[in-house]
Ligand binder design. Structure first.
Ligand code: NDP
Length: 255
């Protein structure tokens, strides 16, 4: 299937690995100008190098999105590079240490909320106001998680942050439904990425509880399966899909 992203400007956060890398790559291959944001500059350069023959353009932006103002700055970069922002993909995120509420401390809670919820919040505010200002609208896609719909997938901080992101997604879709701005969430189950590698002191109880529910998993998704869905949902072919949280887990959570 071909998508029309030529002359479109897209921001993809967390583009240095996993799903974000594949999403940014796919948009550039479809002709978009992509502002690819993450902290690891060398990974973004590697991504740019992989796309030198593609029809679109990759603009690497090295930034820590836990710093609030970097989120509006990346949106400004998109407007400077492409004249406007057409699509915002809030993908950057982190897991927690599977800590249930009895174990989680403020530092971990705040760190997880900063990147999983505050970063999308600040980016969405900046993007929505640009989309409203020229009346052309746009699309916002938040990579939430099956942990944003269920209580059995992660620790308290990750689960609460992704539930909040799903709520923010729905509210934004409803508020701007007459302004040609669509906002939706993608909720993957397990995907083959680097997301688990940062757990340094996981909760024994948390791990045991989460793992005991994973027997029904069919397999992990490949990052390209998520990227393909994101491109479809960001395209005009999905014009009437708005305010929903789309599960991508092969049917496991349909029980
Ligand atoms: P990865 O760890 O592979 O990618 C996470 C990305 O987020 C990296 O590019 C990382 O870049 C970026 N990132 C993290 N913190 C920051 C920060 N402070 N500032 C800027 N960028 C940051 O994981 P995934 O691809 O799996 O994760 C992508 C999204 O998907 C996340 O929101 C995750 O919660 C969600 N998800 C993942 C699932 C899975 O099973 N993998 C399942 C469901 C949802 P860098 O380190 O260079 O800054």
């Amino acid at each position: 299937m071909e998508f029309q992203f030529k002359n479109k400007t897209v921001v993809v956060t967390g583009a240095s690995s996993g799903m974000g890398y594949a999403i940014a790559q796919s948009f550039v291959k479809e002709g978009a100008t992509v502002i690819a944001v993450a902290r690891r500059a060398e990974r973004l350069e590697e991504l740019k190098e992989s796309l030198k023959d593609a029809s679109g353009v990759l603009v690497p932006v090295t930034a820590d999105l836990a710093v609030d103002e970097n989120n509006s700055l990346m949106v400004e970069t998109a407007v400077k590079e492409g004249g406007r922002i057409d699509v915002l993909i809030n993908n950057a995120g982190m897991m927690d240490e599977f800590m249930p509420i009895g174990e989680v401390d403020d530092a971990l809670w705040d760190k997880v909320f900063k990147i999983n919820l505050d970063s999308p919040r600040h980016a969405m505010k900046a993007a929505v106001n640009h989309m409203l200002s020229d009346g052309k609208g746009g699309v916002i896609i938040n990579i939430a998680s099956i942990g944003g719909l269920e209580g059995c997938r992660a620790g308290a901080a990750y689960t609460a942050s992704k539930h909040a992101l799903v709520g923010l997604t729905k509210n934004t879709a409803y508020m701007y439904a007459h302004d040609n701005i669509r906002c939706l969430a993608i909720c993957p189950g397990g995907v083959k990425t680097e997301v688990g590698k940062y757990a340094s002191h996981p909760s024994e109880k948390g791990i045991q509880r989460v793992m005991s529910g994973l027997d029904a998993n069919i397999r992990q998704a490949d990052v390209q399966e998520i990227a393909d869905l994101v491109l479809f949902m960001a395209s005009e072919k999905a014009d009437f899909v708005n305010g929903t949280a789309i599960t991508v887990d092969g049917g496991v959570s349909a029980n």
